[in-house]
Design a protein around this ligand. Structure first.
Ligand SMILES: Nc1nc2c(c(=O)[nH]1)N[C@H]1C(S)=C(S)[C@@H](COP(=O)(O)O)O[C@H]1N2
Ligand SMILES: [Mo]
Length: 513
């Protein structure tokens, strides 16, 4: 056979190899997204990124053009463009294999970047999925190109080899199409389930923050932390994505009637909302494992009344879907102005998966590890002696009231400020005793009273502000708070274990002359 060399068909083969390799990578990412909740659908994320990059007018144009089909159209567009680009990378790979591989890597990085912008995406599955997909795409490309890589002039592709190549490319392509489609169907199902969560019922509204609840100081912590900025602490490596359907909460143990609530049952009970500041026992002095949010849901006492909590039940244990537990004395529930709750909403949204969807406990005044069970499935009434919860068995204190703490947010530690009046400001908290006083000490000088913002309630933090006449030089600033009972925050530094860090937050600043 003396057919002339056919560079065009070889180039077509290279392009096909690139597109199939790209398709394999994309399909794998989609399949992982479908199987592993929290892993991103790269196609959806890149599409969302592209939309967000459009100027406002163009965004509307896209929506108008595609109408209700815009999501599908966007998905297809992203896929087709990605395949065209990887096809080009396939052609490039013939002469510049390394460069083409870098191109695939760049694709993966774009996917990671787009995915991590989404607060619902978990970084670990996102990185894992991107890593595996890039490796598989590059490996597929090598596998398809492997046969025909020859240095020097482009060789003719003999017929038998062409057939073998086509067989491989079609097989890989078919696997990618099937895998990608299955992944896409699973992803769409997840998205539909998430969209099917009923809207939160109207709750008896919390008093809104009073006038004077905040100070306008750059760098100060906002009064309410948004859901995607709220600190997150739990023992889960991957965020659990529980479905409202099929979830239930049982109330068990020392009660007259054991009860079970579906998500709809819970939403049908009287709803209320309140601002509560929660904190983690492992927060260091000056750390940020503390946050304030508007929680909505059901009063714990309503549910306990229905179940008929028995008088000799001394401990309430919250159990999560995975068996994680937290427990606190039932006597903590007694003060009438302390409202422990089963929260279903956070800042007006259903609880995000990271923060315990469908329901969690929020108990004003207690550290999270003894109270704030996320992904709650059981409330068990027992005695203090009968049960030690998760962190208690690991040596943390059985009782965990939140310690009085204060933090300097502005100026920044190690920062420079101009001489003159400097706004020293931050937050202080002692849920649910409240804060009565905050003082600032400069170097070893006297303690100066700071102005306090008007607190939303004793269950929340407040902001404080001290206008400091700052002389040039290096200075240290310290803060201490006094709680609503008149007790000054502990001065002596202790590490977080076993019951929370103590000591004053201190920073160093340079005042420029
Ligand atoms: N199921 C479950 N709930 C949990 C935890 C956990 O590990 N598992 N950690 C607790 C701890 S230690 C804290 S401080 C709070 C943190 O709540 P957040 O992540 O919503 O800020 O959740 C609590 N609830
Ligand atoms: Mo915690």
């Amino acid at each position: 056979m003396n057919v002339a060399p056919a560079p065009r068909s070889t180039r077509a083969a290279d392009a096909l190899s690139g597109a199939v390799a790209g398709g394999a990578g994309l399909a794998l990412a989609e399949l992982i997204a479908g199987l592993l909740p929290g892993a991103p659908s790269v196609v959806t994320e890149v599409g969302t990124l592209l939309i967000s990059l459009q100027p406002a007018g163009a965004k509307q144009l896209v929506v108008d053009l595609f109408g209700t089909a815009d999501k599908l159209a966007l998905t297809l567009t992203v896929t087709v463009v990605a395949l065209l680009i990887t096809a080009a990378l396939g052609v490039l790979a013939r002469s510049r294999r390394g460069l083409a591989q870098l191109g695939f890597l760049g694709f993966g990085l774009l996917g990671i970047y787009a995915s991590l912008r989404d607060p619902l995406v978990d970084p670990i599955p996102a990185l894992l999925s991107a890593g595996v997909s890039i490796v598989v795409a590059i490996w597929t490309l090598d596998w398809l190109l492997g046969r025909s890589v020859v240095r020097g002039p482009r060789p003719e592709m003999p017929d038998w080899e062409r057939r073998r190549f086509l067989g491989r490319a079609l097989t890989a392509g078919a696997v990618a199409v099937v895998g990608g489609t299955v992944g896409r169907i699973l992803v769409e199902r997840q998205q539909a389930a998430a969209a099917a969560v009923p809207p939160l019922p109207v709750a008896a509204p919390a008093a809104s923050p009073p006038p004077g609840a905040t100070f306008d100081v750059p760098g100060i912590t906002p009064l309410v932390i948004s859901n995607d900025r709220f600190y997150r602490i739990d023992t889960q490596l991957l965020t659990p994505h529980l479905q409202a359907d099929g979830w239930s909460l049982s109330v068990t143990g020392m009660v007259d009637r054991e009860l079970q609530f579906s998500y709809a049952d819970l939403l049908a009970l009287p709803q209320f909302e309140q601002y509560v500041t929660i904190a983690c026992v492992s927060n260091e002095v000056g750390g940020d494992l503390v946050g304030n949010a508007l929680w909505s849901g059901v009063k714990l006492r309503d549910v306990l009344d229905r179940a008929g909590m028995q008088a000799d039940a001394t401990q309430l244990v919250g159990r999560a879907f995975d068996g994680w537990t937290a427990g606190f004395p039932t006597s903590w529930l007694d003060p009438p102005d302390r409202e422990a709750m089963i929260a279903v909403g956070m800042n007006g949204e259903p609880l995000p998966p990271q923060h315990g969807f469908p329901a969690r406990l929020i108990v004003p005044g207690l550290f999270g590890y003894v109270s704030a069970t996320k992904w709650l499935t059981e409330i068990n009434l027992t005695t203090l002696e009968a049960f030690d919860a998760y962190w208690i068995r690991l040596g943390w204190a059985k009782e965990g009231p939140i310690l009085t703490q204060s933090r300097i947010d502005a100026p920044r530690n190690g920062g420079h400020v101009p001489a003159g009046t400097v706004a020293v400001a931050g937050v202080a908290w002692a849920p649910d005793r409240g804060i009565s006083r905050v003082e600032v000490q400069v170097d070893e000088g006297p303690w100066n009273a700071a102005e306090l913002s008007r607190a939303i309630s004793d269950a929340t933090w407040l902001q404080w502000l001290y206008r400091w006449q700052a002389p040039p030089g290096m200075h240290s600033l310290r803060v201490r708070a006094t709680d609503g009972t008149g007790e000054v925050q502990a001065a002596e530094r202790t590490p977080p274990p076993p019951d929370g860090a103590r000591g004053y937050h201190q920073i160093a600043v340079t005042v420029d002359g």
